[in-house]
Design a protein around this ligand. Sequence first.
Ligand code: THU
Length: 155
Amino acid sequence: MADWEARKKDLADAALKARKNSYAPYSHWTVGAALLDERGNVYTGCNIENGAYSPSCCAERVAFFTALAAGSRNFKAIAIAGGPEKEKPKQYCPPCGVCRQVMAEFCEDTFRILLVKGDGQIEARTLGELLPQRFTLSDTVSENPEEREDSHENV
Ligand code: THU
């Protein structure tokens, strides 16, 4: 348990550090995230915006996609810190709905989401709390193609 408390603080610090690399010239809202996998590796991300707006990506997804691209698949926790640029975050910055859905693709309900303030305060949530009754394709469609019914006939 003491181990987890120390781990939580390290993850929170990594999220705050990653936030420094944020590229947010449009919203001026900078976010950092640090994702811990089951093997103890930490992958970080920051939000990266774009002049065409829609290509922008949240810090959480950058962290997830970096980890996934490195071959990591099983995750324990993510720390998130965000707020107006050039200020320490005074409030918690909960993940947006799109990022929660990306988490749902790879994580169980017990996946820990650590919301971090600039003073180091942490509020711990789980994915199950932040995304109840999640949608996953495996809930609705058999993973075995031979067991699938023809969806067109069922419309
Ligand atoms: N943003 C994140 O990176 N993570 C969140 O949890 C919420 C929002 C980013 C997206 C955009 O670059 C900026 O913050 C303002 O919405």
